[in-house]
Design a protein around this ligand. Structure first.
Ligand code: AP5
Length: 209
């Protein structure tokens, strides 16, 4: 199955993509993680992306579309993938139509007020990208997967979070109508606990088969 996870920053796309990929045996493709890896490696793409990401703006469409085009044709994507954070504009969605067939689009719905608190308390593993929240870490400071010390993302500062939410409403929210029109959109309440969200997603995907 080829799936898109749509939703505002902090809606739980990364959290749920890790769980659902594990359950379905498919791969997670996070454009945010790929761009952060490019920045860490100081590649040309990373240098182009950094200014936009630090400001909470979207990286230009052509840069991200090229990254995804190359990634989804890799051998490990043959059984299916979850696109986590792509597409984010109508132009990216149109490009994706020519790259891969999409079976389902999961839209995680969470109110803006809850997103600000989720993002300001988020900690992530800089190696595997696993997201955590300080409220549920119980004082733990390392990744439960690989033991790496957790960090706070640069773009999780309150003023950058507000920019990211504005950009989401202007540029990404129109994709809800785009995929509704194609009949592939499945709306999921992302405001409940992570386990309940996973179960709702898996039920929606099962009904889609
Ligand atoms: P990206 O890394 O994709 O960030 P994002 O979409 O803003 O999403 P986040 O990673 O912030 O949130 P999430 O929905 O994955 O939530 P998470 O599971 O971590 O993109 C970063 C930047 O890269 C963009 O701003 C842009 O510049 C650039 N970029 C990336 N893709 C691009 C594209 N296609 N085009 C152009 N530019 C692009 O959860 C958040 C927190 O909430 C965690 O602490 C988590 O533990 C907690 N949480 C999760 N689920 C729940 C729950 N159910 N209840 C309570 N807490 C929860």
């Amino acid at each position: 199955m080829n799936i898109i996870f749509l939703g505002p920053p902090g809606a739980g796309k990364g959290t749920q993509a890790q769980i659902v990929c594990h359950r379905l045996g498919i791969v997670q493709i996070s454009t945010g993680d790929m761009l952060r890896a490019a920045i860490a490696a100081k590649t040309e793409t990373g240098l182009k992306a950094k200014t936009f990401m630090d400001a909470g703006q979207l990286v230009p469409d052509d840069v991200v579309i090229d990254i995804v085009r190359e990634r989804v044709t890799a051998k490990d994507c043959e059984n299916g993938f979850i696109l986590d954070g792509f597409p984010r504009t109508v132009e990216q969605a149109r490009a994706l139509d020519g790259i891969a067939a999409i079976d389902a689009v999961i839209n995680l719905d969470v109110a803006d007020e809850a997103l600000v608190s989720r993002l300001s308390g988020r900690r992530v593993c800089p190696v595997c990208g696993a997201p955590y929240h300080v409220d549920r870490l119980g004082g733990e400071t390392r990744c439960s997967v690989d033991g790496t010390p957790l960090i706070q993302r640069d773009d999780d500062k309150p003023e950058t979070v507000r920019n990211r939410l504005t950009v989401y409403h202007q540029k990404t929210a129109p994709l809800i109508d785009y995929y509704q029109g194609k009949g592939t959109l499945r709306a999921i309440d992302g405001s409940v606990g992570p386990e309940a969200v996973s179960e709702a997603i898996l039920r929606a995907l099962e009904a889609n088969r």
